[in-house]
Ligand binder design. Structure first.
Ligand code: CU
Ligand code: ZN
Length: 191
């Protein structure tokens, strides 16, 4: 009887969860949505090393009441600051990462720090690698988005060899590109 009762409880819990999960979800028989929609609230970029680099990482983007929560993990860097930006194109096809173009700048503003009010939307400043060359950080950015002109979906993420000085136009003089990734729609969070 205990097993049966547990099973019933699980079934009830599953039914309640299903009922609460997505009140606006289409019926089960509807065709799956094959492309990014304005409802996207999670994205991910896997960072791959460019030629001659051993820098890799993972960046997660998640909708937040104040913008987008950015969670960054990178390994293989030299200790210290490294420019970190969303670039215009989600194109890592060239070995040196240059196919990703310049900083994502849909509002036609100057290059600046992440904290600046006027900046490239893609200006996320620097990430700071520890003694082992690793980065693990997160922050909420007010300018990134998943819809409209500032949507980062399909754009590139670049980690640079050098520090972004936050002033030099239009690149921050951050040097070569040591890792490149493409921002894609992420699977829903696992509860
Ligand atoms: Cu960059
Ligand atoms: Zn910039």
């Amino acid at each position: 009887m205990t097993i049966r009762t547990t099973g019933m409880k699980l079934a009830m819990a599953a039914a309640i969860l299903a009922a609460c999960a997505q009140p606006d979800a289409p019926p089960a028989q509807a065709a799956p949505v094959p492309e990014p929609t304005p409802g996207t609230d999670r994205a991910v970029a896997v960072l791959h090393p460019t030629e001659g680099s051993s820098v890799s990482g993972l960046v997660r983007f998640e909708a937040h009441p104040d913008g987008v929560l950015v969670s960054v993990r990178v390994q293989g860097l030299t200790p210290g600051n490294h420019g970190f930006h969303v670039h215009e194109f989600g194109d890592c096809s060239r070995p040196d990462g240059t196919a990703a173009g310049g900083h994502f700048n849909p509002l036609d503003e100057p290059h600046a720090a992440r904290e600046a009010h006027a900046r490239h939307v893609g200006d996320l400043g620097n990430v700071t690698a520890d003694e082992e060359g690793g980065v693990e950080t997160e922050y909420v950015d007010p300018m990134l988005g998943f819809a409209g002109a500032a949507s980062i979906l399909g754009r590139g993420v670049i980690v640079h060899a050098d520090e972004d000085d936050l002033t030099t136009q239009p690149t921050g003089a951050a040097g070569g590109r040591v890792a490149c990734g493409v921002v894609g729609v992420a699977a829903p969070a696992e509860e």
